[in-house]
Design a binder for this molecule. Structure first.
Ligand code: HEM
Length: 408
């Protein structure tokens, strides 16, 4: 987004550490309106209560093409609702997923996969996730130092989601390239989408002939039996699960370890008392959560905001989760990293109907990853000055590019 903005939300400096800027926004412009380079009005929300209210409001919608009235669509976007969908566009092939849909489509799509992510189903995965973590740690044992992201934080969730979907793990470097390039939206992303689609079509063909008991087979069954899912929705679902399944959990492990190592008293407390792990994970999610800006929502109709301004139908609404989770009106001493925090209603997994489907899985992966890492390397240390740690430029993800560490 290019815009003349009073607050530079997009700079590398802010992305590395957005908290000071968010404090200023929360105090001075808690509902901050900006017009982007395309003329689109965007509202950023930095207070917890406001973010929750936007995330649960039925008037904030995900699919303007279907959910905005044709008049508003034409007026705001110059779009003819009947003619505008290019069903052959590669982008359309991977964007018809639940996170971009409103009810009833959202409900239909979420229902098809939700069973695979219930707390009970996730508990069954525990032994396998522990085994994967042990294997990665064994490989790290032979080194004195390395990059925690590449060695551990990334391969663990990628392998888990690939196995759940039923995609050969040997291909995981390819998913990483596909998802990275496609999310970057750069010149080669269209070609990457087509490569992804070709590969997935082959996987789908295999499941059409034989049910292999994985999520991909369940999706193919849903397509064939009840026609609950069309081809674009099937490809989009796989893409969403792959991206959401690893681009976020990697940050829980990476950001969480960085915070622990920057707060040695907390690190020691957790090491001495592993029963605190669940609470520590919640504090990691709150203090430097994996996701910052939620994906776009639009006002489905004019909304009178509590400060007297009107949010117009078609405006973009972006709650900033990292800002909400440090709001002093909700959290006592919000800038203190406290793994024993009692009252922690963070919204790192979002809120409302799009609340993260993978929250139980992510919590379990985080718990296993952090506790096993601390057991194996009780004296581990950062191998970089924290002031020089660089994060990605996306405002959606709060991610570390690398995290150099000494394994000891
Ligand atoms: C710590 C790790 C994770 C975090 C912080 C996280 C965060 C989020 C957030 C904030 C949303 C809502 C976005 C919005 O409202 O615009 C979301 C949605 C979603 N997440 Fe996660 N996520 C994590 C891990 C996972 C995992 C492991 C999966 C499993 C595949 C997953 C699957 C999904 C799906 C499918 C949705 C869309 C739900 C819907 O639209 O109903 N996430 N996640």
């Amino acid at each position: 987004m290019t815009s003349t903005s009073k607050y530079n939300i997009w700079s590398q400096k802010t992305r590395n550490n957005p908290h000071e800027l968010y404090r200023q926004m929360r105090e001075n412009d808690p509902t901050y309106k900006v017009v982007d380079g395309m003329g689109q009005t965007v509202w950023f929300f930095t207070k917890y209560d406001d973010s929750v209210s936007i995330l649960r409001d039925k008037r904030s919608i995900k699919n303007p093409r279907k959910s905005l009235s044709p008049d508003v669509l034409k007026d705001r976007f110059g779009v003819d609702i009947e003619a505008d969908i290019d069903r052959e566009s590669p982008w359309e092939l991977i964007n018809q997923h639940m996170l971009n849909q409103d009810p009833p489509d959202h409900t239909r799509l979420r229902t098809i996969v939700h069973k695979a992510f219930t707390p009970n189903r996730v508990r069954e995965l525990q032994p396998r996730i522990e085994q994967l973590a042990d294997e990665l740690l064994d490989a790290m044992d032979s080194k004195t130092d390395g990059d925690l992201i590449a060695d551990y934080a990334l391969p663990l969730p990628i392998t888990v989601i690939a196995e759940m979907l039923g995609i050969p793990v040997e291909d995981r470097d390819r998913f990483r390239t596909w998802t990275n390039v496609i999310l970057s939206g750069d010149m080669s992303s269209m070609a990457m989408i087509m490569e992804f689609v070709q590969y997935m079509n082959k996987m789908i063909d295999i499941r059409t002939k034989e049910d292999t008991g994985d999520i991909l087979s369940a999706l193919v069954r849903a397509r064939d039996e009840g026609e609950k899912l069309d081809r674009m929705e099937l490809l989009s679902m796989i893409f969403l699960l792959l991206v959401a399944g690893h681009e976020t959990t990697v940050n829980l492990i990476g950001n969480g370890m960085l915070d622990l190592l920057q707060h040695p008293d907390q690190f020691e407390e957790l090491r001495a008392n592993p029963a605190l792990t669940d609470k520590a994970i919640e504090e990691m999610l709150r203090y430097n959560g994996p996701v910052d800006a939620t994906l776009n929502r639009w006002a489905g109709e004019d909304m009178e905001w509590h400060d007297g301004r009107v949010i117009k139908a078609g405006d973009v609404l972006i709650p900033l989760l990292l800002a909400a989770d440090r709001d002093p009106a909700t959290f006592e001493n919000p800038n203190v990293f406290d793994i024993t925090r009692e009252n922690n209603p963070h919204i790192a997994f979002g809120h409302g109907i799009h609340f993260c489907l993978g929250a139980s899985l992510a919590r379990m992966e985080g718990r296993i990853a952090i506790s096993k890492l601390m057991e194996r390397f009780p004296k581990m240390a950062l191998n970089v000055d924290p002031a020089n740690v660089q994060r990605g430029l996306s405002i959606v993800l709060h991610n570390l590019n690398v995290l150099p560490m000494k394994y000891q």
